[in-house]
Design a protein. Structure first.
Length: 256
């Protein structure tokens, strides 16, 4: 009986094993030895997860990505339909295009920070598109751009707080999502509501806008259209941080 158990254990360990190579001095994860892999614990020291590394590994349920990983390639986990949660540590510099596209059971994504966090993290286009059960996304800070279609079709994503470092929200970022509440950070200076960032986000109820940006939005035609559809635009005022004269100046700008 013990021999049979040991054989089964050895088979499972083999199924969960990964292929690596060294490229230009970097330890690169190529992918699993078998597509039937269910859990991938990526060892510390790996810096790059190659393009298509776990593409369509439909049995993969869990992946642990260590702090040493700096780059996740295009389509790296695309189509992993059983994957439920992803935690990305704070040294990540780039998450490739479509990296988690179509992970239909993915519910939670956390991109953590640490003291050495690379503040200009690049998120690829459509990297979480089609994650129809994605409910929670935590991105501490870092991405300057929320790219094209990043949360396209994320039907269960109801609330999103834009990271404080984000300056640009591109087309289709929240299109066809289940978004109800969007909170925009003070540094977002480029989101044209007349384009398609919120196209067919039919559940949208509130957009929270920092006081310094509010005048920009009131001048946009799409702003008025969303208001007619019942969307509330709410000013964010951090009273403990806003002096009376700053508040007065902002009100005067809005009335001009």
């Amino acid at each position: 009986m013990n021999m049979i158990k040991n054989k089964i254990k050895n088979i499972m360990n083999d199924l969960n094993s990964l292929n690596f190579e060294n490229q230009d001095g970097r330890d690169v994860l190529i992918g699993p030895k078998y597509i039937a892999i269910e859990e991938a614990v990526i060892p510390t020291g790996v810096k790059f997860i190659r393009n298509d590394a776990f593409y369509d590994c439909i049995r993969l349920k869990k992946v642990v990505i260590p702090e040493s990983v700096q780059q996740i390639g295009d389509n790296a986990f695309a189509g992993c339909s059983e994957l439920e949660e992803v935690v990305i540590k704070g040294n990540i510099r780039e998450v490739g295009a479509r990296a988690f596209k179509g992970c239909t059971k993915l519910k939670k994504v956390i991109i953590q920070n640490n003291e050495n966090f690379h503040r200009d993290i690049k998120l690829g286009s459509l990297c979480f598109a089609g994650c129809i059960n994605l409910e929670k996304v935590e991105i501490g800070s870092g991405p300057r751009v929320l790219p094209y279609g990043i949360f396209y079709g994320c039907k269960q994503l109801e609330e999103f707080i834009v990271p404080e470092t984000t300056q640009i929200i591109e087309d289709y970022a929240f299109s066809h999502s289940g978004l109800k509440v969007l909170e925009i950070s003070p540094n977002v200076l480029d989101i044209d509501f007349s384009t398609s960032a919120l196209q067919n986000a039919v559940n949208l109820e509130q957009v929270h806008i920092p006081l310094n940006l509010y005048p920009l939005y009131t001048k946009n035609d799409y702003f008025s259209k969303l208001q007619r559809l019942g969307v509330d635009f709410i000013e964010i005022v951090e009273l403990e941080e806003v002096r009376d004269e700053d508040f007065s100046n902002s009100v005067e700008q809005m009335e001009m």
